[in-house]
Ligand binder design. Structure first.
Ligand SMILES: [Zn+2]
Length: 231
């Protein structure tokens, strides 16, 4: 009996992962934000060996065989380093707090078991959010044991991913959302919520304080985008 349930569960998880990869592949082809962030990460990696090494470190953890494929150094420097189809992985997530996550050693994980018909449209902003973390970790070496570092990357990810556009807020039923003021409030609220999940964060107030302390410098930093679309 239990074996049957396990088979059923395994089949369900396989279907969830297959669907997740379909959503992901579609976004890699059609989403301007996901494509742009992926290109910017690749551009960083091509610009400086220290950035390149960070991605190669992730590569080693997740697909060591690919590393071995090219031994010719001149060939290596020409080939893409950040390969979105390899660095954005679909898998089953144990907790249900989010649709995707970033780990400095493993890259971006998309939670296949949390994608439903009603949440799939949030996937574009979720992946863009994690790619901003990816970019920040390369560029600024984010230290997650420092809440100010964590707050800064969360402010930027919420601001740049589009997750605070009015349509997403409407979906979250914040019906009093007002343009611009509402955008800032949303970025602040979501950044503080993410910081509050950091194991070293002791309270909601501590998370809000960290966000307030870095707000001016991080909310003003839209790199690698020129500007933010507030719609
Ligand atoms: Zn985040």
């Amino acid at each position: 009996m239990s074996e049957k349930i396990d088979d059923k569960e395994a089949a369900l998880q396989k279907k969830q992962c297959d669907d997740c990869y379909k959503y992901r592949d579609n976004l890699l082809k059609t989403s301007p934000a996901v494509i742009f962030m992926s290109q910017q990460i690749e551009k960083l990696a091509q610009t400086h060996p220290k950035y390149r090494q960070q991605i190669e470190h992730i590569n080693k953890q997740i697909f060591s065989k690919l590393e071995e494929k090219t031994n010719d150094e001149s060939e290596k420097s020409k080939s893409p380093i950040f390969i979105p189809s390899k660095h954005l992985i679909c898998d089953i997530c144990p907790d249900n707090t989010k649709l995707a996550g970033f780990h400095p050693d493993l890259g971006v994980l998309i939670c296949a078991n949390h994608i439903t018909k009603s949440t799939s449209f949030l996937l574009e902003s979720s992946i863009t959010h994690e790619l901003v973390h990816y970019y920040d970790n390369m560029r600024f070496k984010v230290d997650l044991s420092n809440l100010k570092h964590h707050a800064c990357t969360e402010i930027r990810a919420s601001m740049l991913s589009g997750e605070c556009s009015w349509s997403y807020e409407f979906f979250r039923k914040f019906s009093t959302f007002k343009m611009f003021g509402g955008f800032k409030d949303c970025v602040k609220r979501r950044a503080a919520l993410s910081v509050s999940y950091n194991p070293i964060c002791e309270s909601k107030e501590m998370a809000e304080k960290a966000v307030d302390e870095v707000w001016n410098s991080c909310f003003g930093d839209t790199r690698p985008f020129d500007d933010v679309y507030f719609g």
